[in-house]
Design a binder for this molecule. Structure first.
Ligand SMILES: Cc1cc2nc3c(=O)[nH]c(=O)nc-3n(C[C@H](O)[C@H](O)[C@H](O)COP(=O)(O)OP(=O)(O)OC[C@H]3O[C@@H](n4cnc5c(N)ncnc54)[C@H](O)[C@@H]3O)c2cc1C
Length: 427
């Protein structure tokens, strides 16, 4: 690290969302010694400290896999996150109007939970509280990272703050500015985009019967939906986070309904397994596409989170995949530090790419094929889907593999079994 003082910072993270903020914390906790600067477009939240947090009916949630829990444990963040995280003890996968059903149970995997559900706002508060204690992290917010030029051994990042342009030199730039990444575009990195032609409608809903820690994945002829258990706040134990895939026309119809109408419409699609839907909170909707960047590293530059890959939300894999990528990048930075190499050296960043690319490919393949096979629009595939779901339930190895993918702990797909039990089945 001989020439590092010539640089304004060691690692500049553009974007302080879930991915950027977690990366900043991970660098400081796991590979201390780097100076980290985070540039975030929004002002730092004026939300109360986690101790004063009240779960809100209108917050958005993220399903965290078991693997993500293990990552947050390494970062020392799990004790605070878990205070407001609902444990997923069972996953129930079904298709409307068909026989195939599969059930995954945490107890089959000798674990207390298959995954967890936490409000994004709560995750943000826990992250911010930890980040505030890190002296090596410098925040510029609100500020926009607007452009980047290459330098020998690093980059210069153009920043706009308080209406004024300035620049910072950094030995490495991490692009974490989300799915519509302006920096990715400024760098001329192209994307592959597959539009699903559908929207995800997100809302918190309540049901007459308690959810009992069950996450529901339901595939209907019009598209998939997920219902994830939530804890705390109003109607504790009865509140779930809904992710409902709708065509543009169906979305318009649902948005035109009042709360009672939305509950009734959801009831028709989901059925009565949780009794009557009694509340339908404020909803948000997002167009669905699978977006992957054509390059995720260049000399001095790495892409992470949604800037690198944005997935269909129903499988709940996007942030979980992003977290595993962040850990791969942190390990690359550790290698750089231990070998006295600049963090933006392409040989360092290639280590991140090589470790993350197979995971990215397999996770995208898993959720994309799930959506395509079960996502509606292919009625002729009904019997195949039935056989698939029923088969998963009957064949232990297949179900175990599916569960490991859903839990975010699988290192490979069926071609790379991850346990003796899997191996038995997939050979
Ligand atoms: C409806 C929905 C449900 C989802 N559910 C799940 C789930 O259950 N499980 C799961 O694993 N994943 C889920 N995901 C995916 C998950 O939300 C994303 O993977 C995650 O939010 C990505 O975080 P990010 O930090 O990369 O991007 P973002 O959250 O978009 O953050 C980007 C940040 O960069 C900032 N920024 C943008 N431009 C600039 C700039 N020029 N300069 C500085 N800052 C900038 C923004 O203000 C923002 O804070 C879901 C996604 C959607 C849409």
């Amino acid at each position: 690290m001989a020439d590092r003082q010539a640089w304004d910072t060691d690692i500049l993270i553009a974007g302080g969302g879930l991915a950027g903020a977690t990366l900043a914390l991970a660098i400081c906790r796991l590979v201390p010694g780097y100076r980290v600067t985070v540039v975030e477009a929004f002002p730092l939240s004026g939300d109360p400290a986690p101790g004063d947090y009240q779960p809100s009916y209108d917050a958005r949630s993220t399903a965290l896999s078991w693997g993500s829990r293990q990552i947050f444990e390494r970062l020392g963040l799990w004790p605070s996150i878990s205070a407001q995280a609902a444990a997923i003890r069972h996953i129930h996968v079904s298709e409307k109007g068909r026989f195939g059903v599969t059930r995954l149970d945490a107890s089959d995997h000798q674990q207390p939970a298959l995954g967890y559900v936490a409000d994004n706002r709560w995750l943000g508060l826990c992250l911010m509280e930890s980040l505030a204690q890190q002296p090596d992290i410098h925040w510029l917010a609100p500020a926009q990272a607007e452009g980047v030029t290459s330098l020998q051994g690093g980059v210069r990042v153009m920043i706009r703050q308080d209406g004024e342009a300035r620049s910072l030199t950094s030995r490495c730039l991490v692009v974490a500015d989300g799915g519509r990444s302006g920096l990715r575009e400024a760098l001329g990195i192209g994307i592959q985009k597959e539009d699903y032609g559908q929207y995800a409608l997100i809302a918190n809903v309540s049901t007459e019967q308690p959810h009992q820690g069950v996450a529901w994945e339901r595939f209907t002829e019009r598209g998939p939906m997920a219902l994830l258990p939530q804890v705390g706040g109003p109607e504790d134990g009865h509140r779930s986070a809904l992710v409902w895939t709708l065509s543009p026309a169906d979305l318009e119809e649902v948005l035109a309904l009042d709360e009672a109408g939305r509950c009734a419409r959801l009831q028709q699609v989901f059925g009565w397994r949780l009794g009557r839907f009694t509340r339908f909170g404020e909803s948000h909707h997002y167009p669905l596409a699978l977006t992957t960047a054509n390059e995720c590293v260049r000399p001095g530059v790495a892409l992470v989170g949604n800037a690198a890959h944005a997935l269909h939300p129903v499988a709940g894999q996007g942030f979980n995949l992003a977290l595993r990528g962040l850990m791969a990048l942190v390990e690359a930075f550790r290698f750089a530090r231990d070998n006295d190499m600049p963090p933006g050296d392409l040989r360092v960043l290639e280590r991140y790419r090589q470790q993350h690319a197979p995971d990215q490919q397999q996770t995208i393949g898993f959720s994309d094929s799930l959506i395509r096979l079960f996502g509606g629009g292919y009625p002729a595939l009904g019997p195949v889907r039935n056989a698939g779901l029923a088969g998963l339930d009957i064949v232990p190895g297949a179900k175990h593999w599916f569960a490991r993918r859903a839990m975010g702990v699988a290192a490979g797909g069926p071609s790379r079994p991850s346990s003796d039990r899997d191996r038995e089945h997939w050979q």
